[in-house]
Design a protein around this ligand. Structure first.
Ligand SMILES: Cc1ncc(COP(=O)(O)O)c(C=O)c1O
Length: 393
């Protein structure tokens, strides 16, 4: 495998995605630029595509085991990226992250039980609770001028006798926070005291920016580790969400046994051959690409901020500590222009010709916000920003 230097990657070439059944591109009208669903318009590390091509030189695509080498690569990757141990015997590879969340709900709670959801948050968290006939226990994130933190005081007050679980989005989509040790310690103390099972969705963790070290809640201490299911995935990290795959790390052996049996019962243990090949290659050879991507994203965040500050100063972005979405605050502009959320969405879609994700979809606290996916070639992103500023400036 040739050594890849961060400079060797290109995130600016425009690849035509329309006509590929892309959710992001083919589900919106052709005149609209899509900056909504969280996939990137960048090809994955070259080693991933090479590995899939190489595998296809063998014509048989039969049932395939999760190879030991994938667990080894995941373990090495976690150690290199986050300095944490994720040994094979604690890990189970599964079909994707959300099936992993739903399996945990099914396995460790009963219908009617309360599950804490910290809003605004990735909308399927709410659906996962409701579709499984559990009850959303709402814990708002604390927001001040677009800056967010966990609201542990409120959390204490919303947990009731029937609350059994907490869904943690870490780092947080859409508000971009990498939770600090201090915040996680506070959360862990409450979860332990109230005997909550914590599902820590860490799908965005590998995309944390250089100055924000990521810490998983299971690494805070043994008590919280004994009640946590940690979900990781190469899907966002290396932009391979079409090769759906994730892994659940569970330190407690009894929880792990129960979770594995629920995965089998629900069929969520099933992983496809391309996903196995892609994820192993990504973990093994994608490090330099990932470094370059994070640098590129951090730089792009700065660019978007500059454009907004110059051309649309009433719209501001929350600090981004990880990943490739920006949480834009339109509230000041909405007040001046007397636009409600639906009218703002209409202007963005029909007048500006861009598709962002509508804040209210992220639950309470999402009103007045839109989520912008910045992982597009700069030509596309600047065109979209230009259209937004022209329509709303
Ligand atoms: C926090 C979070 N969890 C899960 C997912 C989806 O992961 P998967 O496709 O592996 O189910 C996303 C996708 O945007 C996400 O942002």
């Amino acid at each position: 495998m040739a050594t890849e230097t961060p400079e060797a990657f290109d995130f600016d070439t425009r690849h035509e995605r329309r006509g590929t059944d892309s959710v992001k591109w083919d589900l919106v009208p052709p005149e609209r630029l899509p900056l909504w669903v969280a996939d990137m318009d960048y090809p994955p590390p070259p080693a991933v595509v090479e590995a899939i091509k190489r595998r296809l030189e063998h014509p048989l695509l039969g049932y395939t085991n999760v190879p030991d080498t994938l667990y080894e690569q995941l373990e090495q990757f976690q150690r290199a990226q986050h300095g944490r141990a994720m040994p094979k015997d604690e890990v189970t590879v599964l079909s994707a992250t959300m099936p992993g969340v739903k399996t945990a709900i099914e396995c460790f709670t009963e219908p009617g039980d309360g599950i804490v959801v910290q809003a605004p948050v990735y909308p399927p968290f709410f659906q996962a609770v409701r579709d499984n006939r559990r009850r959303v226990v709402l814990n708002h994130l604390h927001e001040h001028h677009g800056e967010y933190r966990l609201d542990l005081e409120e959390l204490e007050t919303v947990i009731d006798d029937g609350t059994r679980m907490l869904l943690l989005c870490s780092p947080h989509n859409p508000v971009g926070r990498v939770w600090t040790r201090h915040e996680l310690e506070g959360l862990a103390e409450i979860a332990v005291r109230h005997e909550l099972v914590v599902v820590s969705d860490e799908i965005h963790a590998d995309l944390r920016f250089e100055e924000h070290d990521f810490l998983g809640i299971a690494d805070i201490g043994s008590k919280i580790a004994a009640r946590t299911i940690t979900l990781v995935s190469p899907s966002k990290t290396f932009n391979i969400p079409g090769c759906s795959v994730a892994a659940a790390a569970i330190k407690d052996s009894e929880m792990r046994r129960r979770y594995r049996s629920a995965l089998r019962a629900l069929g969520t243990d099933h992983v496809t051959l391309p996903a196995l090949v892609a994820s192993e290659a990504a973990y093994a050879h994608g490090g330099a690409w990932l470094t370059a991507l994070r640098r590129h994203l951090a730089f792009t965040v700065g660019d978007v901020r500059r454009v907004l500050a110059e051309r649309l100063p009433e719209v501001t972005a929350s600090p981004v500590e990880a990943s490739f979405v920006m949480w834009l605050d339109f509230r000041r502009l909405q007040r001046r222009r007397e636009l409600d959320d639906l009218e703002l969405q209409r202007v963005l879609r029909e007048d500006a010709g861009v598709e962002l994700l509508h804040g209210p979809q992220f639950g309470p606290g999402g009103e007045g916000f839109q989520r912008l996916n910045i992982a597009a070639p700069r030509e596309v992103l600047y065109e979209a920003l230009d259209r937004i500023c022209a329509a709303l400036g």
